[in-house]
Design a binder for this molecule. Structure first.
Ligand code: SF4
Ligand code: SF4
Length: 131
């Protein structure tokens, strides 16, 4: 499959920031906040409920992206995928920054590095940690 864009499954993203740190061109930007994890089993038994990160904003600057695939490779939570969907308009030398709503549109047909299909927009977080 030709890699024409990178897709994000937002509900799988834990805002761990690994892709931000590993991207060699600083293309990825994330804003997130912490809030109590109401679904955590410890929540009702603990004075200090466990917290979870909530993604507010995720962008990729395709104007700077060199298509190395490191972000897809390193994401431990199965949130980033290769997509064959064209970015329109095409990225130029000027910045082209797409947000999570736009990156989600690349999910149909997107694949993991092992060739399996990416989750779709309304699928639950896979939570799958790669080995
Ligand atoms: S493909 Fe490479 S350059 Fe592009 S966003 Fe991912 S890590 Fe950064
Ligand atoms: S590495 Fe994956 S889970 Fe972590 S911030 Fe990036 S997309 Fe989200």
């Amino acid at each position: 499959m030709e890699h024409k864009s990178i897709a994000l499954h937002p509900s799988s993203c834990t805002s761990c920031m690994l892709c931000v740190r590993e991207c060699p061109d600083w293309c990825i930007s994330i804003e997130a906040h912490s809030e109590p994890d109401l679904e955590s089993p410890e929540y009702s038994n603990s004075r200090r409920p466990s917290m979870k990160n909530v993604l507010d904003k995720f962008t990729i600057n395709f104007g700077d992206c060199m298509w190395c695939g490191i972000c897809v490779e390193v994401c431990p939570f199965d949130a980033l995928f290769w997509s064959s969907t064209e970015i329109e308009p095409k990225p130029t030398a000027e910045h082209l920054i797409l947000d999570q709503t736009q990156l989600t549109k690349f999910l149909p047909g997107a694949i993991r590095n092992d060739g399996t299909s990416a989750p779709q927009e309304n699928d639950p977080p896979s939570g799958r940690r790669k080995k």
